[in-house]
Design a protein around this ligand. Structure first.
Ligand code: MN
Length: 202
């Protein structure tokens, strides 16, 4: 059994003008496909074969760079596609909004902290919103394809929202203007999906 590249729930151009079709196509069909096949190569014939991706990441030997980079890449992008939607944007509601308000003071303050985490990540990486046992939420960021499920990343809990800030995620449309890309991301966040993951992860 091996990992499969998940299909998108929407067309490549569905997130325009916020994220352009060409970027989505290359990002999914080339980058994510590459992480998926390299992950499969890296675990083939090892005791990681047949385990869930969550199990692999939680128990990861961080010196295993092939699984760290490609397992992270596989998981991170699988989450990323799901937390975006052409019908996205706006604000969360219910228990997730309450948790965000408790943690940051307001949705706007959360947006500012998340955007800062995304903007200040030097080089390549991800910004995250994570939920801890009990329902508390936290913003953090990781380098490269690291993920909060992995040991000792400085991020903890279960990621429920992730933003890819590698240049391959935005360069065609935004060039060096990462802050504009981060702003645009807020117009496509699928808060319904993030709320579902919050309920499952808390
Ligand atoms: Mn990416």
């Amino acid at each position: 059994m091996s990992f499969e590249l998940p299909k998108l729930d929407y067309a490549f151009d569905a997130l325009e003008p916020h994220i352009d079709a060409r970027t989505m196509e290359i990002h999914h069909d080339k980058h994510h496909a590459g992480y998926t096949s390299k992950l499969n190569d890296a675990i083939k014939g090892t005791d990681l074969e047949g385990k869930t991706i969550e199990n692999i990441l939680i128990n990861l030997d961080m010196s295993n760079m092939a699984v760290r980079n490609n397992g992270g890449g596989f998981y991170n992008h699988s989450l990323f596609w799901k937390v975006m939607s052409p019908d996205g944007g706006g604000k969360p509601t219910g228990a997730l909004l309450d948790a965000i308000t408790d943690a940051f003071g307001s949705f706007e303050a959360f947006k500012s902290e998340f955007s800062n985490a995304a903007g200040s990540r030097f080089g390549s990486g991800w910004a995250w919103l994570c939920v801890h046992n009990g329902g508390k939420v936290e913003v953090c960021s990781t380098p490269n394809q690291d993920n909060p499920l992995m040991p000792d990343t400085g991020c903890g809990g279960t990621p429920i929202l992730g933003l890819d800030v590698w240049e391959h995620a935005y360069y065609l449309n935004y060039q060096n203007r990462r802050p504009d890309y981060v702003d645009a991301f807020f117009n496509v966040i699928n808060w319904e999906e993030v709320s579902k993951r919050y309920e499952e992860g808390k």
